[in-house]
Design a protein around this ligand. Structure first.
Ligand SMILES: *Cc1c(COP(=O)(O)O)cnc(C)c1O
Length: 436
């Protein structure tokens, strides 16, 4: 949560909570706009006017936020999606080469949807996926890339896993044949790029620079061996944010400076420069959202528990990745008396905990807890296990007003899939069984 967001939100939060009711995620429009503009101006300052961030829709698929992002980013922007609903959402705002379809284990129907209605850039995850695409479909794509997986050459992280164990992408030895097939199928040389994503939540710019260099090495090799000039190198998302108060932020300006330098060196050596693309989600919206929840119960068991009115249906990251999310209590600052507690939801799952052994200001019933940095992979990852429904989403506007941008799910939503046309199947009796 940025200091600015806190200054805007906290003085009003009591009233906002009273008006809308907890729990809810609330997002900071100005914070998102600043993050997007900061990203584009950093790359433009370092000679990369063609830089694009394809916002990863899965990080926060709320159309109100997508609208804010695309308006702040301008023409050199787009959305990265991997499913039909994400494609539909993205098409509300952009089309053609401003949609990156980065699917894996894809069906023919999904490819057909991706290439429908103005097409997209197809980012292909495996050479066998080419069998799911017709020549006309491939030629109709705005551009085509393959996802590269460097295997043991690079190390990953606990969210995405090690590259060798990751289900994504082609091995290096598979790339030449894959690109040759694209050319044989009539894909234009100038419409070909390359993609990778091997890290998640990485705050070290040196790691991201290694990825830029790795991709440029491959681009150099492909020019030399196959006379291919990649239109772009797409290094995926994965820029991290400071979830812990003492985490240092990713040095975006320094990264864009080093990346610009690498691209110019490449230009000198090879006579052309691919565009740099990214697909950051977390970096754009992550710090600009919080989950607001009220204390429902105070319980003393073998440990001390603070039970809140949100649960892991609103935020999976702590349970799924053992991720840290900072928590503060509205109106109770640094100097208020503290205690060590687990902050829990009401799911019948012992890992439904927002924090374990956390040193927090002492709370009483109805205190408001702010769970920080839920703007990406927060609400989006929610689910309905145990009959728990997802909470509402609110948007804090720059003028301080608040707008509902998604209502909470209801029991009616939960039961919607139980309304359907009856359908049965049974084994047809064979002649023998009839005779018997
Ligand atoms: C999840 C994902 C992203 C976004 O990751 P962030 O950590 O939010 O930046 C980008 N690209 C692909 C292919 C992804 O799967």
């Amino acid at each position: 949560m940025s200091a600015k967001f806190g200054t805007q939100l906290l003085p009003r939060l009591d009233k906002i909570a009273a008006k809308f009711g907890t729990p809810f995620h609330i997002y900071d429009e100005q914070g998102i706009v600043d993050a997007v503009k900061g990203m584009y101006s950093a790359f433009a300052d370092h000679g990369m006017a063609g830089f694009r961030n394809y916002f990863s829709v899965k990080a926060n698929p709320n159309p109100e936020l997508m609208k804010i992002i695309v308006e702040a980013a301008g023409q050199e922007s787009g959305f990265d999606c991997s499913s039909m609903p994400e494609l539909s959402l993205s098409r509300r705002f952009v089309s053609g080469d401003r949609i990156m379809f980065s699917s894996n284990n894809t069906s023919s129907a999904e490819f057909a949807a991706a290439l429908d209605q103005g097409g997209c850039i197809l980012n292909i995850d495996d050479i066998t996926m080419l069998d799911r695409l017709s020549q006309a479909e491939l030629q109709g794509a705005a551009a085509v890339s393959f996802r590269y997986n460097p295997g043991s050459e690079r190390s990953g992280d606990s969210i995405i896993g090690q590259p060798e164990e990751a289900k994504y992408g082609l091995r290096k030895d598979q790339l030449p044949a894959a690109y040759q097939r694209l050319l044989d199928l009539g894909v234009k040389r100038e419409s070909i790029g390359i993609h990778t994503m091997i890290i998640s939540n990485q705050r070290e710019k040196s790691y991201m620079m290694e990825t830029v260099k790795m991709m440029l090495d491959i681009a150099g090799e492909f020019l030399f061996r196959h006379q291919l000039k990649f239109r772009f190198i797409n290094i995926g998302g994965g820029i991290g944010i400071p979830y812990r108060t003492n985490d240092s932020p990713f040095e975006l300006y320094g990264f864009s400076c080093s990346a610009g330098q690498e691209l110019r060196n490449f230009q000198e050596k090879f006579g052309y420069q691919p565009k740099l693309f990214m697909e950051c989600g977390r970096f754009v919206t992550g710090p600009h959202g919080v989950l607001v929840t009220s204390v429902l119960n105070r319980m003393s068991k073998h440990k001390e528990y603070v039970g809140v009115d949100a649960c892991m249906s609103s935020l999976m990251r702590p349970a799924m990745y053992d991720a840290y999310h900072h928590i503060t209590v509205l109106g109770k600052g640094e100097d208020s008396p503290r205690e060590t507690v687990d902050v829990v939801g009401s799911l019948c799952e012992n890992n439904d905990k927002f924090a374990k052994n956390r040193h927090l200001p002492k709370t009483t019933l109805n205190d408001i807890l702010i769970i920080h940095d839920t703007g990406a992979h927060g609400h989006a990852m929610g689910f309905n296990y145990n009959g728990r429904v997802r909470p509402k989403e609110l948007l804090l506007k720059p003028n301080g007003s608040v707008v509902l941008i998604r209502r909470a799910e209801t029991e009616e939503d939960y039961f919607r899939t139980l309304s359907f046309e009856p359908m049965t199947w049974s084994e047809q009796p064979t002649r023998e069984s009839e005779a018997a």
